[in-house]
Design a binder for this molecule. Structure first.
Ligand code: ADP
Length: 450
């Protein structure tokens, strides 16, 4: 392992820009890849060099391993940072990088294999003594078997695609009468979305919290955790607002969950930054949900309260350095992140691509805007519609909420519709300010928040 001099960022949007910013600070040259829809994208303008990798659809550009590797070879990049999404959790891409002699900034392919499919991850976690959400550890061969299993563990149950992700391929079933139609729908949804129709069953947990632990491991056998993020503000099983510390965690529960997350990472030989996701039930028992073997969208809140640059540490770990800490730091203050989407909450959150005619980004103390857009930029309709993440820090949770609301008040975007007012309504809602909001909060308050 040697010093990295040039990094190709195999991604687009805010995360590509964010990674390149750290590269610049570390004196590392940057290479962008882009599709035909992204010729004028911010990440292309931010990079030292840029390579066109194909037409707009991701399958023909950002997901084509050979094109990305070719750009890396041509540019002389010695490492690839995958960001999140796209090829970031693709073990075959990690192997292809290795074969090409290019450092993949992320965990080894074997760790991705162990955590990739949800059923395999559950088996591995049970073996390691990590509590998992009750349910099956294998997909079902027939729908009779599946139905019998659901009856045995009791309704409601959650049907889940083994190869699922991004909040897709999940279906709650409340009654036996609904099982067959839901099962068929889940199978075909899984096949369509993930090319794999394997579906398994979990007990549906009522009113859980989604609390995840950031873990970090170096190549010398040191694994630590960097505390939690509370991600229960979700719409369609996708996160909208995240914060740390979690308002529901006691120091004891934090330490316990941290310890289990480290055990989970060690069990699969993890290296680099990863996130172990848990559901916490009403009794404050916690269960492994899945592990994301990459940098998360919501990593800035962890950076705010730890003072660390997680991307810098991903790069240093890839260079063979040891972690700067030996144990979890005590969280300093409070941080909240909101995800700004080019979407229209008034029209069922329909994506709202188009030209940004005016953009005014908030400023002031302890505020960060991780953005992939600029005034005059046209948001394409081919990709995830998230345009920016605003994150804030303050000494206390109450102050962080006020600061985030103030930031949203200052945020002006014209030409497209964004969910700015919706986010403000979430932060102002008594259930949110009260701190004990579960994953049902946004769906329950849907009307009130519009
Ligand atoms: P994905 O990989 O698609 O993100 P996850 O398994 O991480 O899917 O789950 C996403 C979200 O769906 C969770 O944060 C939670 O809100 C909900 N969820 C998943 N499994 C269950 C379950 N068994 N019971 C209740 N809610 C669940």
């Amino acid at each position: 392992m040697a010093k990295i001099r040039k990094i190709l960022v195999a991604n687009r949007g805010e995360i590509a820009v964010r990674v390149m910013r750290t590269c610049k600070e570390l004196g590392i040259a940057t290479v962008a890849v882009y599709s035909e829809a992204d010729r004028s994208a911010l990440h292309v303008r931010t990079a030292d060099q840029a390579f066109l990798v194909g037409p707009p659809p991701s399958r023909e550009s950002y997901l084509v391993q050979e094109r990305i590797l070719e750009a890396a070879r041509q540019s002389g990049a010695d490492a690839i940072h995958p960001g999140y999404g796209f090829l970031s959790e693709n073990a075959s891409f990690v192997r292809a990088c290795e074969k090409a002699g290019i450092t993949f900034i992320g965990p080894p392919a074997s760790a991705m294999d162990a955590m990739g499919e949800k059923t395999r991850a559950r088996q591995n976690m049970i073996k390691a003594g990590v509590p998992v959400v009750p349910g099956s550890t294998e997909p079902f061969a027939t729908h009779e078997e599946a139905r019998a299993y659901a009856e045995k563990i009791g309704f409601p149950v959650m049907l889940k695609a083994a190869g699922g992700g991004g909040g897709k391929g999940m279906r709650r079933v409340d009654r036996l009468e609904d099982f067959d139609s839901s099962w068929r729908a889940a199978k075909s949804e899984a096949l369509n979305a993930f090319g794999n129709d394997a579906v398994y069953i979990e007990k549906y947990l009522e009113k859980p919290h989604h609390v995840e632990i950031q873990v970090f491991a170096d190549a010398h056998g040191n694994t630590i955790h960097l505390n939690e993020r509370e991600c229960s503000a979700q719409r369609r099983h996708q996160k909208v607002v995240e914060e740390t510390p979690s308002p529901i965690l006691t120091p004891e529960l934090r330490a316990k969950m941290g310890e289990v997350a480290v055990k989970a990472a060690q069990a699969v030989g993890y290296v680099g930054a990863g996130t172990v996701e848990f559901l916490v039930d009403v009794n404050r028992d916690f269960y492994f949900l899945e592990m994301n073997t990459r940098l998360q969208v919501e990593h800035p809140v962890t950076e705010w309260v730890t003072g660390l640059d997680l991307v810098a540490w991903q790069i240093k770990v890839a260079e063979g350095e040891k972690l700067p800490l030996t144990r979890a730091p005590t969280p300093n203050g409070h941080s909240i992140e909101v995800r700004i989407y080019a979407e229209d909450p008034g029209r069922n959150f329909m994506p709202s691509p188009g030209r940004i005619t005016e953009l005014r980004v908030p400023g002031g103390p302890y505020l960060r805007d991780d953005s992939g857009v600029y005034p005059g930029y046209t948001v394409p309709n081919f990709y995830d519609p998230m345009i920016s993440k605003l994150s804030v820090w303050a000494p206390t949770r109450a102050e962080a909420i006020e600061r985030a609301k103030r930031a949203l008040d200052e945020y002006v975007v014209k030409g497209i519709t964004a969910n700015v007012r919706y986010l403000h309504a979430i932060l102002s809602h008594p259930e949110f300010t009260g701190g004990d909001y579960d994953t049902g909060f946004l769906p329950r308050q849907h009307e009130a928040l519009l």
